[in-house]
Design a protein around this ligand. Structure first.
Ligand code: 2HG
Ligand code: ZN
Length: 461
């Protein structure tokens, strides 16, 4: 350990666990984006709130940039440390602290995984409903920092809905207890909500009080094959009107090709351009009957060409794998990712424009569409041709993303629905937020982090 700043830090916080080996710097210096070479100063693994405060105070005095870090499954570069920052990993602070049965609040440290939250909720006979494929690795602190969404937003909303209280260390080391689990609290600005989605730029989330709810009713899972994109919106409208949806996810034949090549089971014979995994309440025969009627209506209208209803939990898992395995199956190809949001009503016109734009601009590249159509959230992954250099590929994607951002702006959409802005979409923030809004956001950042040490360069420079 040669850097004198680190010697000073360990003198100041003698109990602190600090990693400086190259392998650790690489491991902790990046997230699931693989565009930036990891290059942190070191990795701090505090074990308590007091240690986090001491690190932040020291960093603020010494002007050392910090990158708050959870499971690093993010897709927008929010947890990348490529400029000599100190990674502040919450990994060791991963305890479930307690459960308040009256208020149905689960108190956790920030480094607990989403899966551990699910298990803890289940052990109390309740549900923490935010869910997505990275559940086993992502942590609740990162979920809060990005206002993570996932596959059940259509029913339960995003992370924002499920945070009753937050414990946060602000940029000057001050400890803030925000909202304290209150259901009603009309006492001025809701700083808890400001923290959610702030991507580690306003404070380091060290703990949270999570709201739990009743377990979801028994569900049935259906896989549908659809002949064209219009059918997707039509089937969504039909199912939403006739069933109590828990999830409504789509993917294209291109996504299916990759996920099958990655080991998923086919599960449906039809070879069509669009697929849907729908999950809906199936409490009794009436619910099952309603699902069959909705399916038949869709077939009669020509919107549904084929379908499978899971006959068991394990078959449901097989159907879900087709959707949830997509990101992992694409990862070896290092895709360029877009995560866009629109009002559902704006979707058909936008999709037409986008398909024309992508066919024109990406004739040589595979474009993989999937996502949460019922939330107005599409994931558009672009795969580079095998013979294209990464730099050329990224430059091309950036140019097309500008066109995408312009198109989104015209349709009133957002350049990030649930992954965050981070480094990946920083240059496009202005397509979603007005200049006045960005100026206010900068002002807010300045108030919470006057020395500018918290995740600098993320969200905006
Ligand atoms: C999902 O919905 C995730 O599966 C990842 O948000 C999306 O890989 C992506 O682009
Ligand atoms: Zn998603």
């Amino acid at each position: 350990m040669t850097d004198p700043r680190l010697t000073e830090l360990t003198t100041r916080v003698p109990s602190l666990r600090l990693l400086t080996e190259l392998a650790d710097l690489i491991h902790y210096g990046r997230d699931w984006t693989r565009r930036w070479g990891p290059s942190p100063l070191a990795v701090a693994l505090p074990g308590s709130i007091e240690e986090v405060q001491a690190i932040v105070q020291w960093a603020s005095e010494r002007q050392v940039a910090l990158v708050p870090s959870g499971g690093r499954t993010g897709l927008s570069g929010g947890a990348v440390a490529a400029r000599g920052e100190l990674v502040l990993s919450l990994e060791r602070m991963n305890r479930v602290l307690g459960f308040d049965a009256t208020d149905r609040l689960l108190s956790v440290e920030a480094g607990v995984t989403l899966q551990a939250v699910h298990e803890a909720a289940r052990s109390h006979g309740l549900l923490y409903p935010v869910d997505f494929a990275a559940r086993g690795s992502c942590t609740i602190g990162g979920n809060i920092a990005t206002n993570a969404g996932g596959i059940r937003v259509i029913r339960y909303g995003t992370t924002r809905e499920w945070i009753g209280g937050l414990t946060v260390v602000a940029g000057n080391g001050q400890l803030l207890e925000l909202n304290r689990g209150l259901l009603k609290n009309s006492s001025g600005y809701d700083l808890r909500q400001l923290m959610i989605g702030s991507e580690g730029t306003l404070g380091v989330v060290v703990g949270a009080q999570l709201k739990l709810t009743d377990p979801a009713p028994p569900a049935q899972t259906m896989l549908l094959a659809l002949p064209h994109m219009e059918a997707l919106m039509q089937v969504f409208g039909l199912f939403r009107a006739q069933l109590k949806l828990q999830a409504f996810e789509f993917f294209t034949d291109m996504a299916l090709k990759h996920v099958l090549a990655h080991g998923a089971q086919r599960a449906i014979d039809a070879d069509l351009p669009y697929y849907v995994v729908a999950e809906y309440d199936a409490l009794d025969d009436a619910d099952e009957q309603a699902a069959l009627l909705a399916f038949e209506d869709g077939v009669r209208e020509g919107w549904i060409a084929d379908g499978v209803i899971a006959q068991s939990q394990s078959q449901a898992a097989t159907l879900w794998r087709l959707r949830e395995g997509i990101t992992e199956s694409l990862a070896p190809r290092k895709p360029y990712k877009n995560d866009i949001a629109l009002r559902i009503g704006a979707m058909p016109a936008f999709l037409h424009e986008m398909q024309a734009l992508l066919a024109r601009e990406y004739p040589r590249m595979e474009v993989v569409w999937f996502g949460h159509i019922g939330d107005g959230n599409l994931h558009i992954n672009i795969l580079p041709p095998e013979d294209m250099q990464l730099a050329e590929f990224i430059a091309h994607c950036e140019r097309v993303t500008r066109l995408l951002a312009d198109t989104l702006q015209r349709h009133g959409g957002s350049i990030s629905a649930e992954h965050g802005i981070g480094l990946v979409k920083r240059d496009y923030l202005g397509s979603t937020r007005s200049a006045a809004e960005i100026a206010l956001m900068r002002g807010v950042r300045q108030v919470f982090d006057p020395s500018g040490i918290l995740n600098p360069g993320k969200l905006f420079e």
